[in-house]
Ligand binder design. Structure first.
Ligand SMILES: *[C@@H]1O[C@H](CO)[C@@H](O)[C@H](O)[C@H]1NC(C)=O
Ligand SMILES: *[C@@H]1O[C@H](CO)[C@@H](O)[C@H](O)[C@H]1NC(C)=O
Ligand SMILES: *[C@@H]1O[C@H](CO)[C@@H](O)[C@H](O)[C@H]1NC(C)=O
Ligand SMILES: *[C@@H]1O[C@H](CO)[C@@H](O)[C@H](O)[C@H]1NC(C)=O
Ligand SMILES: *[C@@H]1O[C@H](CO)[C@@H](O)[C@H](O)[C@H]1NC(C)=O
Ligand SMILES: *[C@@H]1O[C@H](CO)[C@@H](O)[C@H](O)[C@H]1NC(C)=O
Ligand SMILES: *[C@@H]1O[C@H](CO)[C@@H](O)[C@H](O)[C@H]1NC(C)=O
Ligand SMILES: *[C@@H]1O[C@H](CO)[C@@H](O)[C@H](O)[C@H]1NC(C)=O
Ligand SMILES: *[C@@H]1O[C@H](CO)[C@@H](O)[C@H](O)[C@H]1NC(C)=O
Length: 509
């Protein structure tokens, strides 16, 4: 409490930022007046002078929604999490570029930063500085992907004057194509990182109508998109050519790299029409090269890319390539990505290789199997999705389903089998169709912040004080997105008066 009082005093001084505590420490102990619900959750937003970005639209949404929510603990969690990315992770920005860190890791992940900002997109038409900030995320990602299309996480841009951080997990690694660790943080090839960039571009344009992303930096966005399509083309190439030679477009090995077989090329790919990836959305190496959630996201985002370009009347050649690729991946997904199981009927595999190998499980990071409706690939009523969901959310159908008195849900070998990821439960909420089940999942999420009022990466199924990552901005944004979605589409679950939350009315009010 003394520490907090001092901080409040110091923010009155002009040189406030010098006294702002690192959020990595701040997030490990409760702050502020507890919420009035039974859990008494702390207020975990830094003092105004210590926040990394101010958005009037975000403040309006927070103030209006929290005052109308029936559960004060849930309202407190919304307040803390929804604003967390802007409060704590905007490390640097100017008129054109935005550098945003994951939270406790001082680098920008393509996948995380897209998900961190996605939740603010419906607000950009009502908040010009927020719109500019979001555009800056896209512009900088376009530059990164133009330079290093196989890499997944990056250092601050030179314009920021911020030093390259030490020490990336790729220190001492041999990567091909080569990386440059003054620009890159890690170079794990993950298809969904590239698709995330397409997703943010598409949705940003839908909400803002701002076409300046296409012209900035002499059309640098198109160079990035061409790289994405080239990587997709190359990674859809099978391992063996007609004469049995092994083809490799990307390989990585080094002291910190996980067990990457075959001289860093990973497991072999059959000729299927699917697109290979080397890492999962958890940043673990794949068991099999064709990750099915990645394929689902590719179908949606390649079609989305084509429709975005159609709506602005640009680059028919890219529209045609993207549309054709989306169709071939979709056909291959239904052919190679589904498996007939003994107990669950026909389901989606998590990963396959096209030789018959398949991983039957789910992993909690999005894109996941559970998240398919959220990715806009299939609806929850699709029968193969319904079978898959039943399977991966059961104690007998998914080797990575953890359960105990503290929490139950999808766990991940990224930590271990007994740590369940709140992100997986959030995916259950945003794709859920059963009110009671949604409320139970919200309870688990509320009960497992270890009294710290923010989302963790993972929590031990038998010990709530054993968790990972107190400051994980993507998961905070995702939780905020879930609550906002419930307030809009299932208001009887969260609103005092049961009336739907209307974002437009609130933002105009
Ligand atoms: C946010 O607003 C506060 C209070 O007006 C100010 O002290 C702070 O510098 C602003 N932060 C940013 C990043 O603009
Ligand atoms: C932002 O981009 C515009 C257009 O390319 C350019 O005129 C301006 O100088 C840039 N601003 C900064 C701060 O780099
Ligand atoms: C890496 O990038 C930095 C910054 O652009 C540059 O100065 C350096 O020459 C590059 N190193 C290599 C090996 O290309
Ligand atoms: C690694 O990938 C490069 C292409 O980036 C390829 O030329 C090289 O042969 C591959 N190396 C191995 C050991 O497979
Ligand atoms: C999901 O259902 C809605 C409404 O019935 C429909 O418009 C949409 O196309 C469906 N989406 C998919 C991916 O099937
Ligand atoms: C959450 O915690 C409350 C209070 O301790 C308890 O009553 C409830 O059963 C818990 N909910 C879940 C889903 O564990
Ligand atoms: C629970 O986890 C905490 C933090 O890891 C640890 O200190 C404690 O010993 C654990 N409690 C039990 C009963 O294992
Ligand atoms: C929200 O309110 C606006 C008017 O302010 C109305 O046009 C719109 O249909 C409403 N949205 C929903 C989802 O009800
Ligand atoms: C929330 O916004 C609505 C629409 O502008 C307004 O009618 C209502 O009074 C606001 N509620 C609160 C508590 O701010």
């Amino acid at each position: 409490m003394l520490v907090r009082a001092l901080r409040s005093l110091f923010v009155l001084l002009p040189a406030a930022s010098a006294t702002c505590e690192d959020f990595a420490t701040y997030s490990t102990r409760p702050e502020g007046t507890p919420s009035t619900g039974p859990l008494g959750l702390p207020f975990m937003r830094p003092d105004v002078g210590c926040r990394t970005f101010n958005s009037s639209a975000v403040e309006k949404v927070v103030a209006n929604l929290t005052s109308r929510m029936k559960d004060p603990d849930l309202a407190r969690l919304f307040e803390n999490t929804y604003a967390n990315t802007l409060d704590t992770t905007v490390k640097w920005f100017n008129d054109n570029l935005t550098f945003v860190v994951t939270g406790d890791i001082p680098a920008e992940w393509l996948r995380d930063s897209v998900n961190q900002f996605k939740v603010y997109l419906p607000l950009v038409g009502h908040d010009e500085p927020l719109k500019q900030l979001t555009r800056g995320v896209i512009n900088l990602q376009a530059r990164y992907i133009t330079q290093f299309p196989y890499c997944n996480a990056f250092q601050p841009p030179p314009e920021s004057g911020l030093p390259a951080e030490c020490c990336s997990g790729d220190t001492g690694a041999a990567v091909s194509p080569p990386e440059n660790l003054t620009i890159v943080w890690t170079c794990g090839y993950e298809l969904d990182s590239l698709l995330s960039f397409l997703q943010l571009s598409r949705r940003y344009y839908e909400f803002s109508g701002d076409d300046s992303i296409f012209t900035f930096d002499n059309g640098g966005w198109f160079n990035a998109v061409e790289n994405v399509l080239q990587v997709i083309h190359d990674q859809a190439t099978p391992t063996y050519d007609a004469a049995g030679n092994v083809i490799s477009f990307y390989n990585i090995s080094g002291p910190n790299q996980q067990y990457m077989k075959n001289d860093g090329r990973g497991p072999p790919k059959a000729n299927t029409g699917l697109i290979g990836t080397t890492y999962r959305p958890s940043d673990d190496v794949v068991y099999f090269p064709y990750n099915i959630p990645h394929q689902a996201m590719a179908v949606v985002e390649l079609r989305g890319l084509a429709s975005l370009l159609r709506s602005v009347g640009l680059r028919p050649d890219i529209q045609a390539t993207a549309t054709a690729r989306a169709s071939s991946v979709e056909t291959a997904l239904w052919k190679w990505g589904t498996v007939l199981t003994k107990d669950w009927g026909e389901v989606f595999a998590y990963e396959v290789d096209g030789f018959g190998g398949a991983a039957i499980q789910d992993d909690p990071n999005v894109p996941s199997l559970v998240s398919f409706p959220y990715l806009e690939f299939v609806n929850a009523s699709n029968s193969i999705y319904a079978n898959t969901r039943k399977m991966v959310l059961s104690t007998t159908g998914n080797p990575y389903y953890g359960f105990g008195p503290v929490i139950r849900g999808v766990s991940s070998p990224h930590i271990d089998e007994k740590h369940v990821w709140p992100m997986g439960l959030i995916s259950e909420v945003v794709t859920g169709t059963d009110d009671d089940d949604i409320l139970t999942k919200l309870e688990f999420l509320k009960n497992t912040t270890t009294g710290l009022g923010l989302m963790h990466e993972s929590v031990n199924t038998h010990n709530v004080t054993d968790y990972t990552r107190p400051w994980f901005a993507w998961c905070n944004s995702y939780f905020g997105e879930a609550i906002l979605q419930l307030a809009q589409t299932k208001p009887h679950l969260v609103m005092k008066d049961g009336d739907a939350f209307n974002l437009t009315t609130v933002l105009l009010g």
